[in-house]
Structures are given as structure tokens and as C-alpha cells.
Design a protein around this ligand. Structure first.
Ligand code: HEC
Ligand code: HEC
Length: 278
């Protein structure tokens, strides 16, 4: 009897140990696959020299707001946790990049060492950024005093690595869009302004075709509720045509779009109200 009890106990112990052992092997495999992905090199993505001279730091400060860098990298740009991924300290990062590699990173997600950032850094929306605007941003980031890191180094746990397998986490370099960016961004007075500006400043949430989705309205339709005056007031204060605050857009307006010039706001209005309504 005693012998049989021991045998049963032994089987029980083994039957627990097998799944625990298998789970360990699976976890190690997920970890290793994640490591391979994070280490994947994209050196073939070209580093194209910017076709402009030194940027203007003041204009860079404005673009950093318009493009929402501070929304993820922290208001002082010293870094912030962005849904579990460390958006690093830009005052330090900009000093560790030369300007042309910085441009490649912004537009394609490929770091100086050839690895890629993960999707959370929206480089596919910056693929079209013109050379001069990148030069302004770079000049600004290097002009402000280097701050202490407000987040630790990036670390990917088992859950994030598992997300690589399911496809919900991916590398920015794998979704980067082939674009031929302009040397100089169109001015508000030029015909290309609306298409360019919306592609870098609105598409991130309203979609590349500005047709909306994921809780955002199609812009061709949304603009119908606005006159040039109420639209200008909306971008400055966040108050919609209906006089209310929106859940997200009012913050985007106040935090990012309130720094647009009057000329930019009216050119944007003209462009949006000229879009065909489906
Ligand atoms: C939606 C959030 C978001 C926005 C907007 C954003 N970033 Fe990031 N950025 C991140 C995250 C998250 C990381 C870290 C990704 C990683 O480590 O894989 C990152 C990484 C970076 C890096 C570090 C690259 C490296 O070598 O590790 C730089 C530089 C950078 N971003 C610059 C910018 C600039 C400049 C802007 C604005 C033009 C910007 N980011 C806008 C989220 C964002
Ligand atoms: C970070 C995401 C984000 C960005 C960037 C963004 N929007 Fe929005 N926008 C939203 C969301 C979400 C809504 C829906 C209302 C809400 O939930 O806040 C919205 C709603 C709107 C509306 C309708 C407001 C109303 O009357 O209710 C307009 C107009 C608009 N956006 C214009 C723009 C323009 C123009 C740009 C670019 C210059 C832009 N948005 C960039 C997220 C964004």
C-alpha cells in the first residue's frame, strides 16, 4: 500500500513537472524569438543626407508640438512611459545621433545601429517629413539643455515578446512607407500645403486618406460644421463648433495645433473644406 502511494505521488509530481517544464521551454522560446526580432537589422535602409543647411531651433520647438513628440516623450521631452514602452529622453537621444541618421530614424524607424524601434514610435506617419522640418526639430532638440532621463531603459517582458508572435507588436521599420520627401515643406501660401500638412499632422489619427475610423470622424465631413472663424477658434481653444470639449481632439487642438499661424489655419480650412464629401 505504502509503495503504491509513493508511486502515485511520484506520478503526480511528474505530471506537474512536465507542464511546468514545457511552459519553461515555451517561455524561453518566446523570449528568444522576441530577442531575434528586437535585434533584426535594417542596415539596407539608406541614410540620405538632408538637402538643407542648419535648422532653426525656434521653428523646431513649434514642430515638436504640432507633431506630438511631447505627447509621448513627455512635456519636457525627458522621456515617458508610453503604454509600457519607454519613449526615451529626446534631449539625450538627439545628441547621440548625427543629423542624417536622425532623419532616417524619424522617417523609417531605423536606429543608428540598424535595429528598429517598435510601432509605438509612429515613424510611418513621419515618412514624408520634409528635410527642412527635420533639420529644425534636430536643431531644437540639441539646443535645449540635456535633461536627466525620466524613464528607465526600454525593456521587453514576456508579454510584449509574445505580442510579436501574435502580430500585435511589430517593428516600425517593417511598416515604413516608401516616400520621397521634399527638401522644403510647402508654405501655407503654396498649393501643396494642405495635403502635406494633414499627412504629417492629422493622418496619425484620421487615417492617411483622412476618412476617419477608430473613433475619429472623416475630416471632409467634420469640417462642414465649421466656418473659417469657428475652425480657427477650435484649433486655439479646443471648443468645437457646438461649443463643447471633445474627449481627445480638444486636447490635440490646445496642445498641438494652437501654435499654428493664422495663415496655416486658413490654408488648412480651405484644403479640408475642398475635400470631396463621400
Ligand atoms: C505616439 C507616441 C510617439 C510619438 C508621437 C513620437 N514618439 Fe518617438 N518614440 C516613441 C516610443 C514609444 C519610442 C521607443 C520605441 C522603442 O524603443 O522601440 C520612441 C523612440 C524615439 C527615439 C529613439 C530612437 C532610439 O535610438 O532608440 C527618438 C529619437 C524619437 N522617438 C524621436 C521622436 C520625435 C522627434 C518625435 C516627434 C517628431 C517623436 N519621436 C514622436 C513614441 C512616440
Ligand atoms: C492624436 C489623435 C488626433 C490627431 C493627431 C488629430 N485628431 Fe482630429 N480628432 C481626433 C478624435 C479622436 C476626434 C473625435 C472627437 C474626440 O473623441 O475627441 C477628432 C475630431 C476632429 C474634428 C471634429 C470636431 C468636432 O466638431 O467634433 C475635427 C474638425 C478634427 N478632428 C480635425 C483635425 C485636424 C485638422 C487634424 C490635423 C491638423 C487633427 N484633427 C488631428 C483625434 C485626432
Amino acid at each position: 500500500m505504502a509503495g503504491r502511494g509513493r508511486a502515485l505521488l511520484r506520478w503526480a509530481a511528474i505530471s506537474v513537472a512536465i507542464p511546468v517544464g514545457l511552459a519553461g521551454v515555451a517561455a524561453a522560446a518566446v523570449y528568444a524569438i522576441g530577442e531575434m526580432r528586437l535585434d533584426k537589422r535594417f542596415e539596407a535602409v539608406p541614410v540620405t543626407p538632408l538637402r538643407v543647411s542648419k535648422g532653426n531651433a525656434q521653428e523646431g520647438a513649434r514642430l515638436v508640438r504640432v507633431l506630438g513628440c511631447a505627447g509621448c516623450h513627455g512635456t519636457s521631452l525627458a522621456g515617458e512611459d508610453f503604454y509600457g514602452t519607454a519613449a526615451p529622453n529626446l534631449t539625450r537621444m538627439a545628441r547621440s545621433y548625427d543629423r542624417d541618421h536622425f532623419a532616417r530614424l524619424l522617417r523609417t524607424g531605423v536606429r543608428a545601429d540598424g535595429t528598429s524601434v517598435v510601432w509605438a514610435m509612429p515613424s510611418d506617419f513621419f515618412a514624408k517629413l520634409a528635410d527642412d522640418q527635420i533639420a529644425h526639430i534636430y536643431a531644437y532638440l540639441r539646443s535645449i539643455p540635456q535633461a536627466k532621463d525620466a524613464v528607465g531603459p526600454r525593456r521587453f517582458g514576456l508579454a510584449e515578446r509574445f505580442a510579436f508572435l501574435t502580430g500585435s507588436l511589430f517593428l516600425s521599420a517593417e511598416v515604413s512607407r516608401p516616400e520621397q520627401p521634399a527638401a522644403i515643406a510647402p508654405k501655407a501660401s503654396e498649393s501643396g500645403f494642405g495635403a502635406y500638412f494633414t499627412s504629417v499632422a492629422c493622418a496619425e489619427c484620421h487615417g492617411f486618406d483622412l476618412a476617419g475610423g477608430d473613433g475619429t470622424p472623416p475630416l471632409a465631413l467634420a469640417i462642414q460644421a465649421y466656418t473659417p472663424e469657428t475652425f480657427a477658434a477650435f484649433l486655439k481653444t479646443g471648443k468645437t463648433a457646438g461649443g463643447m470639449d471633445n474627449l481627445m481632439m480638444s486636447g490635440v487642438a490646445r496642445g498641438r495645433l494652437s501654435v499654428l499661424t493664422n495663415g496655416e489655419v486658413s490654408a488648412l480650412y480651405t484644403y479640408l473644406s475642398g475635400l470631396p464629401v463621400e
